[in-house]
Design a protein around this ligand. Structure first.
Ligand code: SAM
Length: 330
């Protein structure tokens, strides 16, 4: 174990989001354009060996939480093989995956067998018409089937269901999603809409805040706050009558940058120290040019030293990130 990874503001980095592909089989309006986003050429994408090497180095520096994401991570071929490689790395205590769920019916079993222990499934609507409207794909039944399949594996807990909260759309979904949290062993989490959409159509007044959604839920079911880890992005609440839990991830209305312990690795091997970074640190080139572990560690430490203090979404002159969410890895 080497020295922990500490950024220039004194925050220790414990968590990495690893994007395994920029490709996706959905076209969610708040994330991707309807068409026209160019995929990375295949040789640009890090191999499993390269990804595992970076994760091993990070784990040696104290990063214990690894979340695989994308694009849609389940469209990356042989993903369970990568999960198996990462699950074996000493120090990786929490290995999870964020997915749109459409391939979970086929892949839950091999993923669990490979060592996956947690999943987050994105689900913005329980109505077929509105699901198709927001994702631009008619795939609700397959996502629900994927969730049912994941539920069969007690190893995969908690199952988190993530919903991006957009004013004018999500209000109508809140009762059904809250009921889902009461009926199923799922923690339903509402995530405030952030300016990371490829269409660059985000407007501040479209952010439906966690506070507003909480009030909508409490019209029917009172909630009680559950203490969360200081580094947690979500405020957690259980229903007062004990049936289920919901969470609110409020990066816009209640930024949690001061306790941010995350970095991100894009599918093409760029280290990002904030979702809203304008600058990336290239690991792919040194990885492929024969850099030693020490060289890579030094580069990672240097990047982390320059981690942004905070995002500036709510400030005048906010400048959008250099890439959109599906290209970064949410
Ligand atoms: N395809 C996978 C999925 O659907 O979960 C993983 C990648 S997706 C980019 C990761 C998460 O980012 C999803 O929960 C998605 O809803 C969220 N997301 C995408 N664009 C967003 C935005 N503009 N604001 C907030 N969350 C967003």
């Amino acid at each position: 174990m080497s020295e922990p990874l500490i950024d220039g503001w004194g925050r220790e980095i414990k968590s990495v989001r690893v994007s395994v592909t920029d490709r996706c089989n959905f076209r969610c309006r708040y994330c991707m354009p309807a068409e026209g986003l160019e995929w990375l050429p295949q040789p640009e994408v890090l191999s499993f060996e390269e990804l595992a090497r970076v994760v091993r180095l990070l784990a040696e520096m104290g990063v214990d939480e690894v979340r695989l994401t994308g694009g849609e991570p389940l469209v990356r071929r042989e993903l369970p093989t990568l999960v198996g490689m990462l699950a074996e790395i000493p120090g990786v205590d929490d290995l999870s995956l964020t997915t749109n769920g459409i391939l979970l019916d086929r892949l839950s079993a091999p993923l669990v067998e490979a060592g996956l222990r947690r999943i987050n499934v994105s689900l913005d609507s329980l109505s077929h018409v509105r699901f198709a409207e927001i994702t631009r794909r008619d795939a609700l039944d397959r996502v629900l089937a994927g969730l049912e399949e994941a539920e069969r594996y007690p190893e995969l807990r908690p199952i988190k269901v993530n919903c991006v909260a957009i004013r004018g759309f999500t209000e109508a979904e809140v009762p059904a999603l809250a009921e889902l949290a009461r009926r199923k062993p799922y923690v339903v989490r509402f995530i405030e809409f952030m300016p990371l959409d490829a269409d660059e159509a985000w407007r501040g007044d479209e952010v439906l805040s966690g506070g507003e959604i909480r009030a909508l839920i409490e019209e029917r079911w009172p909630l009680v706050e559950v203490p969360a880890k200081p580094s947690s992005t979500a405020r957690r609440f259980r229903f007062e009558d004990g049936a289920g839990e919901v969470g609110f991830v409020n990066p816009v209305s209640e930024p949690f940058c001061s306790s941010c312990d995350r970095i991100r690795l894009t599918a093409d091997g760029q280290l990002r120290t904030c979702l809203f970074s304008r600058r990336e640190w290239d690991l792919k080139e040194p990885l492929r040019a024969g850099a030693s572990d020490d060289d890579l560690r030094a580069l990672i430490r240097w990047a982390v030293r320059h981690k942004e203090l905070k995002h500036r979404i709510n400030e005048r002159g906010f400048v959008r990130a250099s890439r959109s969410m599906s290209q970064i890895g949410g």
